[in-house]
Design a protein around this ligand. Structure first.
Ligand code: MN
Length: 509
């Protein structure tokens, strides 16, 4: 069984204070969940220690790890918030309560509201660490999904693919994103999973051997040029991401250029470019496949050099070249920046500011993409990086972390409101949207035949500005048509487009 010391050992540094906190949370959770079992027949406590280990590995800090041990104590065994506050203080209570609250968000199956659901999820997290605890919780639940009743498995796996895995990706935590996708795939899409497995299985051993040989000669080539390689790995593409590619490539494995990949970790950015030169000097690159994510990082902050070359025996392989820091960031994303170790040297400040900028850009691109519920492009796009991102860092660390997250979240979401259908589906709209906008966000037919609206069960005028959290019911009649006046009430371009279409149609007839 995992001991408290096993978990403490995973922290980046082991202060006496952090160790005491984690031991205390460990003992508290062990007692609170004493008679609590999982579907697998294992003690429930195992779920808590495993979740805590994942959080510790991500580097989210001792408070998050302790909250991970306690995350189900309010919901599942009736520990009161007052007890948690008295034993562990406000910060840990806040984390546990926020995680508990997030657990109450209901996922309603794959539909066009998924993007709104992801946004709501992020908006509801009070602190970046809340998302990280939730992701860790889900990773362990997915690792043990086989023990869950069959009828629940598919739904949980779908929810993981629709909500959790994309959030991990947005936060740049590739390690979690990948694991969640791979674990969910067989449960969410069993037939497709089988098809991918049969497509690759026969070829896999031979491909692996080929790739091993190729990696050895790449390493030799780099050594000859005195480039120090700190680490190297080889991989076959994960089955879920392979599935995505195969669908787009007529199920032709030959057309998947990154099926095989090797990763080279070197000492400096300069060495990255030198290594790329050596590789291209030995193996012919595929045109159009050379990507410099060091000069042009991805929106989620990902940096690396990518190229795809002919291995010389007919096959092709992708090569990723990066530094240790880039590697850590690519695997752990925002979590990589939680490192408290650098704080004495003042580097943490730089880390946070850089993170702020990256995360902000990532969220911005998310927002700029528009959303799946028909709102189109959102109003008030920003271009600059806000001042607080640049000014981060002078305050003390804990406050800084919290403020940072709160401001980032507020800034990102301040122009959005979340509105619910009576069934609980969520749609996010621009601030000051009215029931007409909401109706068109649900479906153009509903908008076109709208005659009235209820907010919280009460009839309201159809131009009433909606507030965050409103539950809105749209009343329709089959013969009803939009009126020209509606154009003055609506906030969303999608609604206006549909109204104009409907007006044009009724003119013709
Ligand atoms: Mn849990």
């Amino acid at each position: 069984m995992t001991s408290a010391d096993d978990i403490i050992g995973l922290l980046k540094e082991q202060s006496a204070r952090d160790s005491t906190l984690i031991r205390k949370a460990y003992d508290f959770a062990a007692t609170a969940h004493k008679n609590h079992m999982r579907y697998s027949g294992e003690p429930y406590f195992t779920h808590l220690t495993e979740t805590a280990k994942i959080i510790a590995e991500l580097g989210a800090g001792a408070a998050a790890v302790a909250a991970g041990l306690l995350h189900d104590s309010i919901e599942d065994v009736g520990v009161t918030p007052e007890t948690l506050r008295a034993e562990f203080g406000d910060e840990i209570l806040m984390l546990v309560e926020a995680v508990t609250k997030l657990g109450h968000l209901r996922y309603r199956g794959i539909d066009r509201y998924s993007e709104s659901m992801r946004r709501l999820f992020v908006a509801s997290a009070k602190d970046l660490r809340v998302l990280i605890i939730k992701l860790a919780d889900r990773v362990h639940n997915m690792r043990t999904l086989a023990h869950i009743p069959k009828e629940k498995q598919r739904r949980i796996a779908e929810e993981t693919l629709e909500i959790y895995a994309p959030i991990a990706y947005r936060l740049g935590i590739r390690k979690i994103n990948r694991e969640l996708e791979e674990l969910s795939f067989p449960f969410a899409y069993p037939a497709e999973y089988e098809r991918v497995v049969t497509t690759v299985r026969m070829k896999e051993p031979a491909l692996r051997k080929k790739l091993q040989r190729f990696l050895r000669s790449v390493l030799k080539g780099l050594a000859r040029q005195n480039i120090t390689v700190l680490a190297s790995t080889l991989r076959l593409k994960g089955l879920y991401s392979l599935y995505g590619k195969l669908k787009r490539r007529d199920w032709d494995l030959e057309k998947v250029y990154d099926l095989l990949a090797i990763r080279i970790v070197v000492k400096s950015i300069e060495d990255c470019y030198r290594a790329l030169g050596v590789v291209h000097g030995h193996w012919r690159p595929l045109p159009g496949r050379i990507k410099d994510y060091i000069s042009f990082p991805k929106p989620n902050g990902y940096r690396s050099l990518h190229t795809t070359v002919f291995m010389g025996d007919g096959g092709i392989a992708e090569i990723q070249i990066r530094t240790v820091e880039m590697h850590r960031e690519s695997e752990y994303g925002v979590a990589a920046h939680f490192s408290y170790k650098e704080s004495e040297r003042g580097d943490r400040r730089l880390g946070l500011a850089a993170l702020g900028e990256k995360l902000y850009r990532g969220l911005l691109s998310w927002r700029a993409k528009g959303i799946g519920n028909g709102n189109g492009v959102l109003a008030g796009e920003r271009t600059g990086i806000p001042h607080w991102v640049q000014e981060l860092g002078s305050v003390n660390a804990a406050v800084e972390e919290q403020e940072f997250w709160r401001e980032l979240r507020d800034d990102f979401f301040k122009s959005r409101i979340f509105i619910f259908t009576p069934k609980g589906d969520v749609v996010d709209l621009a601030v000051d949207s009215c029931p007409i906008d909401f109706a068109y966000a649900i479906h153009s037919d509903i908008g076109d035949h709208m005659v009235g609206a209820k907010v919280g069960g009460k009839l309201v005028a159809i131009d009433t500005p909606l507030k965050n959290g409103d539950i809105v019911e749209i009343l329709t009649k089959s013969g009803a048509r939009p009126s020209r006046k509606w154009l003055d009430f609506t906030r969303t371009s999608m609604a206006r487009k549909h109204i104009r279409n409907a007006l044009a149609k009724s003119k013709q007839s």
